[in-house]
Design a protein around this ligand. Sequence first.
Ligand code: GLN
Length: 198
Amino acid sequence: MAPLIGVLALQGDFQAHGSVLRGLGATVREVRVPGDLDGLDGLVLPGGESTTMTLGVEREGLAGPLRELAARGGVGGIPILGSCAGLIMLDREHLGIMDILANRNAFGRQLRSFEADLNVKGLEGEPLRGVFIRAPWIAEHGPGVEILAEVDGHAVAARQGRVVAVAFHTELGQDDRVHRLFLADVAASGGGDSVETG
Ligand code: GLN
């Protein structure tokens, strides 16, 4: 059975994530209220604007349910992928799902948007072309966090259990390997048939 992936759809480029995921065979549900989280096998927090997204999460009462979802099922909970603003949403000062501290708009004014070839741990083959749009980097991280990629010595991708955060946009461009990695996590955690709901 196709895994059911939720994409937080309060703000940002959730539609682009939806089409990549559908292209890879997942069933996609846009998440706007807590009830939309029921029965998900995985969740994507898209890029956008983290202040607006945070206000939306608070307005809809989603913060608690999102944290519960991350914790459900033991170590790491259900797989979550956060991209750009989604990385910020996962950090200690926002949802607190990952033991990281994001530095917003970290690359500075003149470098607001750029692309870089990244060697990402866990991805085979050629470097991944990362699209950075007013991107954050990971300024601090705890011992349970593995850094997966860096740009100029700054951490731009990390994993903690089943939660992966990337500072770049994985949903733009041709390379869908980060989404594939996420869906592999979903499959490995039983997504598609045996996900616990309690
Ligand atoms: N700069 C945005 C923020 O701080 C993130 C940018 C993005 O998601 N592309 O929320």
